[in-house]
Design a protein around this ligand. Structure first.
Ligand code: NDP
Length: 251
């Protein structure tokens, strides 16, 4: 019996991987041997820097710029990845934005924008790869949700709705694709130390740590390791689940 995770020969796409959690996921999958397509929206330089870091590990990588909320952009991105790297076996829907406000002050544009990137983006990328994976009877799709999608959060109704939607999308897709051994799972991080959370005040950070049973803010590697497990054959009998990576905050 072996428990080593070896993804050599597998091709992975990670959206929003120029920085933060996505970057860490891309590096972690590459360290396990997968060739990785690094998607980002605006930051081509950061995307290329992640590609260089991956290549330094001795595996193939490409930068696949594109807007996950735009159907044509997603189609072009997936085509580029499969042409340049090969058939996708692992897809991580990680790209995301926040536009926080209480509902009474939230503009419809800020609601739509967040839902567009997270929920529509996850739908479009999953749709673009689903038929290809079905034909090959191989694939693991991992969607990044959030503890906020499970519990809601004042000031983040748009984000919470999108992240809750991702959980429903994950379960539905798992049911649609399971018969051909395509697995679809979600990861629900708690508060993770990235640019997205670095704007929080010290008081808010302390309140989060106090409410977290493990009494700490998580690191991008905590999420990346969960994604690695769900991408690997170690989780071959797991689909449709939402794995919390939140130090117990969601209990
Ligand atoms: P960051 O803000 O650090 O990074 C987000 C990434 O998504 C960036 O690379 C950004 O690209 C990219 N992106 C944004 N919009 C698009 C788009 N339309 N198309 C393609 N890429 C896009 O976020 P985190 O690393 O903190 O978060 C990553 C994921 O984890 C998100 O889904 C987030 O909601 C989720 N999450 C984060 C938590 C946290 O505490 N940090 C907690 C729970 C969930 P660019 O640089 O070009 O803007």
């Amino acid at each position: 019996m072996t428990t080593t995770i070896d993804l050599s020969g597998k091709i992975a796409l990670v959206t929003g991987a120029g920085r933060g959690i996505g970057r860490e996921i891309a590096l972690t999958l590459a360290a396990a041997g997968a060739a990785v397509a690094v998607n980002d929206f605006a930051g081509e330089e950061t995307c290329l820097a992640v590609v260089a870091e991956i290549e330094a590990l001795g595996v193939r990588a490409i930068c696949a710029m594109g807007d996950v909320g735009d159907e044509a952009s997603v189609a072009a991105m997936v085509e580029k990845v499969e042409t340049e790297l090969g058939p996708l076996a692992i897809v991580v829907n990680n790209a995301g934005i926040t536009r926080d406000n209480v509902v009474m002050l939230m503009s419809p544009d800020d609601f739509d924008g967040v839902v567009r990137t997270h929920l529509r983006g996850t739908f479009l990328v999953s749709k673009a790869v689903a038929r290809k994976m079905l034909r090959r009877r191989e694939g693991s799709i991992i969607n990044i949700s959030s503890v906020v999608g499970r519990r809601g959060n004042a000031g983040q109704a748009n984000y919470a709705a999108a992240k809750a939607g991702i959980i429903g999308l994950t379960k539905s897709l798992a049911k649609e694709l399971g018969a051909r051994t395509i697995r679809v799972n979600a990861v629900a991080p708690g508060y993770i130390d990235t640019a997205m959370t670095q704007e929080l005040s010290d008081d808010v950070r302390k309140a989060i740590v106090d409410a977290t049973p493990l009494r700490a803010i998580g690191q991008p590697s905590d999420v990346a390791n969960a994604v690695l497990f769900l991408a690997s054959p170690l989780s071959r009998y797991i689909t449709g689940c939402t794995l919390p990576v939140d130090g117990g905050l969601g209990i």
